[in-house]
Every structure is written in structure tokens, then in C-alpha cells.
Design a protein around this ligand. Structure first.
Ligand code: NAP
Length: 320
């Protein structure tokens, strides 16, 4: 079987395709044939060796994907060969033709959803859902800014925000990205590379400010975010790549909150709720993951460079 292996931490070039022994399923395990694999920024942080999570070397990267159950080990119930599933983790890594999973890594993939779309669910959709419902506690009628709306988490947040009855604004750094943000239901899109765009956002709220900001790059934006909030507003920090200076008074004067978001810290009960909500949205068609770019599994290194490059317009996936 073909698999991407990492033998040492480093740049994207450490991602190498190899032929590895076939996987054999043990008690409590499920073997899945992957049809599409989600590439997330966190995969690149782990690969570089500079992240809190450091797998034992060598390893196969990846936690997201979608495919078909091939084999069910002794003691497993609720899954059967041929079943369509999406993955929120695995025992062996998802950048491969097959993966071994525990039952809690697998979720049924509703029929209208393609495998490629299924590979966009595990981290991006679950994070957007967790951030909006559980961390920001957004309510119908509130105004949401998805600050970084053109990527995997951002487009998911735009769609989920619309289903929640929010007024949704999004930012993107490219024309293509902003067109996609509007196509996915945002009421307005702004260019976060343009000087003064924050004033345009403030004007769009009619001066009343934003109730919720989902922030993808807090080290750049958090200080200005606080100034854009309405009284009792919340910034949910999803992404940050460094330190930032803020004026605490901007939060004090608004009774505002900065709330951290870490999907990996969600409880079992929260995760069950998140995936029930995602299933309902996928089945009804209100949630429709957008695929931005596809790469062959052999080109995983190029996919890692692409996921960190500007100009996002949907999810980046690998096709084994
Ligand atoms: P992605 O698909 O690579 O998208 C990145 C997004 O950030 C794009 O929309 C990009 O816009 C935007 N961006 C770039 N410069 C920006 C700026 N100055 N201001 C605002 N946004 C800007 O990544 P993703 O999967 O959506 O993840 C987004 C971030 O959340 C990453 O840092 C990731 O590590 C983090 N994350 C955290 C969790 C958690 O549990 N906390 C879970 C998932 C992801 P353009 O490309 O259009 O410029």
C-alpha cells in the first residue's frame, strides 16, 4: 500500500511517498479505504517539528479523510464493510491509501456528500461548529465576522453562520476567495489585504459593531478586532501564529470577551453534538464543503506549501 512517511521533522520536502506493508485489522479496529484526504495547517506545524504535538518518527501524517469501510475487527459494532464514512483521526495516519481506525474516529457520511467533501469535515467543519455554538455562543440575529473566511474553517463558518440565522461578513485576500465567500452565503465580503478595510466593516454594521468575530490570524488582527466589537461582543480565536499587543481597555469598555478555541479540547459530549449537527446539515444540504484544490497523494509536499500560501478558496485535499 502507498503511504506518505515522515522520517525526520522539517520542510515540506520531508513528505515522501513509500510502499509500506498492508494493514491488518486487530480487535476493536476498523480498516478504511481512503478516497480523499484533508490537508490542514496543523499537519504542517506537526511536520515542521515546532509544534506541541511531536509524533514518534517515522510517522504517516494526517487526521482527516473520507472513504469506505473495508474490514471490521473483532468486537466492533455499528460499522460494516462498504459503509461510507468520514474520519476525525486514525491509528495509522490518513495520508495513505488505507488507515486503521478506532470506532470513535469514524462518522457516517450522508449520501449527498462526496468523499472529497467528507475530507473537509473532521477539522474545518467541526472547528467552525464548535467555535460558533460552544465557544462564541452565537445567537440568531447577531452579526458575525469570519476574519479569514476563504479557507477550510472560514467557508464552513460562513455556511454554519447562515444556518444559525446570523448576519455574516467574511474576509478574503483574493478576488476568487471573496467571490466564494459570497457564493457560500455571506452578506458582505471584505479584502483583509487592503488598508482601511476595518473601517468598511465598521460602516457595514451601521456603527453598532460586531457581536462575534471568528479569528483565523489573531497575531495580526486581535487588537483591531476588539475595537470592532459591539457591547458584550466575543472574539473566538481559532488561529494565531505569534504574539500580539492589545489594549485591554478596548475589551473593558465593551464588556467584551476573548475566547480561545481548541477543537482537540472539546469534550466527548460536545463532539457528539458537533457531529450530530454536521450530519443534519450535510443530509439536508445546508452544509456543502467547497473544494479549492486537489493534489495527488504523491504531491503531498506541494499541498503543504499550498495550505500555507495566500489566496485560499476552499479546502485543499489529497486524492490517493
Ligand atoms: P486555510 O484553509 O489555510 O485558511 C487560512 C485563512 O486565513 C484564509 O481564509 C486566509 O485568507 C486567511 N488569512 C490570511 N491572512 C489573513 C489576515 N491577515 N487576516 C485574516 N485572515 C487571514 O486554514 P484553515 O484550515 O481555515 O485554518 C485557519 C487557521 O485556524 C489556521 O491557523 C489553523 O491552524 C487554525 N485552526 C485552529 C483550530 C483550533 O482548534 N484552534 C482548528 C482548525 C484550524 P486568504 O488566503 O484569502 O488571504
Amino acid at each position: 500500500m502507498k503511504s506518505i512517511r515522515i522520517e525526520q521533522f522539517g520542510p515540506a520536502s520531508v513528505l515522501r511517498a513509500q510502499t509500506v506493508p498492508e494493514l491488518s485489522v486487530g480487535p476493536g479496529e476498523i480498516r478504511v479505504g481512503l478516497k480523499a484526504i484533508g490537508v490542514n495547517p496543523v499537519d504542517t506545524y506537526i511536520r515542521s517539528g515546532g509544534y506541541a504535538v511531536k509524533p514518534a518518527l517515522p510517522y504517516t501524517p494526517g487526521g482527516d479523510g473520507a472513504g469506505v469501510v473495508l474490514e471490521v475487527g473483532p468486537g466492533v459494532s455499528g460499522f460494516h464493510p462498504g459503509q461510507r464514512v468520514y474520519l476525525t483521526g486514525s491509528l495509522t495516519g490518513t495520508y495513505a491509501e488505507e488507515a486503521l481506525c478506532a470506532p470513535n474516529h469514524l462518522h457516517p457520511l450522508p449520501d449527498p456528500v462526496s468523499f472529497e467533501q467528507g475530507a473537509a469535515l473532521g477539522v474545518p467543519y467541526a472547528t467552525a461548529f464548535y467555535a460558533l455554538y460552544f465557544r462564541a455562543r452565537a445567537l440568531p440575529g447577531e452579526t458575525l465576522l469570519v476574519h479569514g473566511a476563504s479557507g477550510g474553517v472560514g467557508l464552513a463558518a460562513v455556511q454554519i453562520g447562515r444556518t444559525m440565522g446570523l448576519r455574516v461578513f467574511g474576509t478574503g485576500g483574493s478576488e476568487t476567495g471573496r467571490e466564494e465567500i459570497l457564493r457560500q452565503g455571506a452578506h458582505a465580503a471584505f479584502d483583509h489585504t487592503r488598508a482601511g478595510y476595518e473601517e468598511e466593516i465598521a460602516a457595514q454594521t451601521g456603527g453598532s459593531g460586531l457581536d462575534v468575530i471568528l479569528e483565523m490570524l489573531a497575531n495580526v488582527n486581535l487588537g483591531r478586532d476588539l475595537q470592532l466589537l459591539a457591547p458584550h461582543g466575543r472574539v473566538a480565536v481559532v488561529g494565531s501564529r505569534g504574539p500580539v499587543e492589545i489594549h485591554p481597555r478596548d475589551a473593558m469598555t465593551r464588556n467584551a470577551d476573548i475566547r480561545g478555541v481548541l477543537l482537540a479540547g472539546a469534550t466527548e459530549k460536545e463532539l457528539a453534538s458537533i457531529h450530530a449537527g454536521l450530519y443534519a446539515g450535510l443530509e439536508s444540504g445546508t452544509l456543502r464543503p467547497v473544494i479549492g484544490r486537489r493534489f495527488a497523494l504523491d504531491d503531498a509536499a506541494a499541498a503543504h506549501d499550498a495550505v500555507l500560501a495566500p489566496g485560499a478558496h476552499g479546502k485543499i485535499i489529497l486524492v490517493p
